[in-house]
Design a protein around this ligand. Structure first.
Ligand SMILES: [Zn+2]
Length: 178
């Protein structure tokens, strides 16, 4: 399993099932949001207005992904908006030891909401800047909309999951043939 990517998880917080029947905005669920923020080590409890800011960032990220997954570049206006979110970022170096020796990381100085939004925006900017954005895909099942990072060797993964969406497509192909 590939490492979790904050920006991708923010986009997927608007959840759709693979049949086009159900959807759920998980940012409206306190239990989900608590677990999410705790995983990303942000001990914050956002109010409604702050959650709206995150939803606006989510919309921006989704719109940029609509472009990048279609092989287009993001617009200057989108970059300006993304930069505005990152402007809240202030990071400090943190040298840690690990199994391979040492790693130099940068962590946010403040653990407030602006910093969280900045971290989410920054994680998307990272994908764009080092070309990994080409590996970020939207499930080919158009009603599913799940975003995933394709870490397969050939980079040809098309479905969020072969059990659900991949299987729906297989069944449909099978049916069309008969
Ligand atoms: Zn899917």
């Amino acid at each position: 399993m590939s490492a979790r990517i904050l920006a991708v998880e923010v986009v997927n917080s608007m959840w759709y099932d693979h049949l086009g029947k159900r959807s759920e905005d998980r940012l409206d669920r306190t239990d989900w949001l608590d677990a999410f923020l705790s995983y990303w080590s942000f001990p914050v409890s956002p109010d409604g207005k702050q959650i709206e800011r995150l939803k606006a960032l989510r919309t921006l990220l989704r719109e940029m992904l609509d472009r990048t997954t279609a092989g287009e570049t993001v617009t200057e206006a989108q970059l300006t908006q993304l930069n505005a979110y990152m402007a809240g970022s202030l990071r400090t170096p943190d040298l840690v030891s690990n199994d391979n020796g040492y790693a130099l990381t940068y962590r946010p100085v403040a653990l407030d909401w602006a910093a969280f939004l900045a971290e989410a925006a920054l994680s998307f900017a990272d994908l764009l800047a080092d070309q990994r954005i080409n590996r970020v895909k939207i499930c080919r099942n158009s009603v599913c909309k799940w975003v995933f990072y394709d870490d397969t060797k050939n980079g040809r993964r098309q479905w969020c999951s072969s059990d659900t969406c991949g299987n729906v497509a297989r069944v449909r192909r099978h049916r069309d043939k008969h």
